[in-house]
Design a protein around this ligand. Structure first.
Ligand code: ZN
Length: 220
């Protein structure tokens, strides 16, 4: 998609800033791609969709689209999104049942009638990075905690206690109650007999998603 040239000719010298500067690197959209996009504007949406699916969890898709002014949702019909929806439903059922329809971080368990509302199944290792649709790669989280988990504000340590990033700042009573006070608390669930988050997936999240250092545990 993207072509890099340097003073030495075509080809990227790597991602190091110094190399890029010293070799006079410049980049541009591949010309054939520019032509193809002019011929077939729908291509843009297909490319954006595969980039999102390959590199980001679904909970971040809508804000990434918003940030660049893309409206993908109204374009989506095809086969791929049907497969994705089916996959998501299966994972959701497994994970929400394992955690007995409660947020693993705060215990939130709201429902309208018999239908849970505001609860989601989060992938610990993102699907885009080889994370399976398994119970031991999932957490049942409320919408707020799902977003904060995918953004690296919250994590899980090796004793299945909640990590809160030192980079998170919030002084309102709500920010304290819903985020900073969680540091060091044990996860809620899963129910006995259901597999907790696997070591490998947890470690991946801590390495790749969680931001900076965790705050010290808040005394109970
Ligand atoms: Zn929650």
């Amino acid at each position: 998609m993207w072509e890099v040239r340097t003073d030495r000719g075509p080809g990227s010298p790597g991602s190091g800033l110094r190399n890029l500067r010293e070799s006079g690197a410049t980049g541009q959209l591949a010309p054939e791609l520019g032509n193809a996009l002019r011929r077939e504007p729908q291509l843009l949406h297909r490319m954006a969709r595969s980039l999102l699916d390959l590199h980001f969890p679904p909970s971040l898709h809508s804000e990434l689209c918003e940030a660049v002014g893309l409206d993908l949702e109204s374009e989506e019909t095809g086969r791929l999104s049907a497969i994705r929806r089916k996959r998501d439903r299966r994972m959701r059922e497994l994970v929400l049942t394992a955690y007995e329809y409660r947020c693993a971080f705060c215990g939130y368990d709201g429902r309208i009638g018999a239908v849970p509302v505001g609860l989601e199944a989060a992938h610990v290792r993102w699907w885009a990075f080889g994370g399976p649709d398994d119970v031991d790669n999932g957490l049942c989280l409320c919408a707020l905690h799902h977003k904060l988990f995918d953004k690296g504000v919250l994590g899980v340590d090796e004793h299945h206690r909640i990590l809160v990033s030192q980079r998170f700042v919030g002084h309102s009573p709500a920010a304290r109650e819903h985020v900073t006070a969680l540091a060091g608390r044990p996860l809620v669930g899963p129910q006995p007999g259901a597999r907790p988050v696997a070591v490998g997936h947890r470690a991946w999240h801590t390495r790749q998603v969680f931001r900076g250092d965790p705050r010290p545990a808040v005394p109970a």
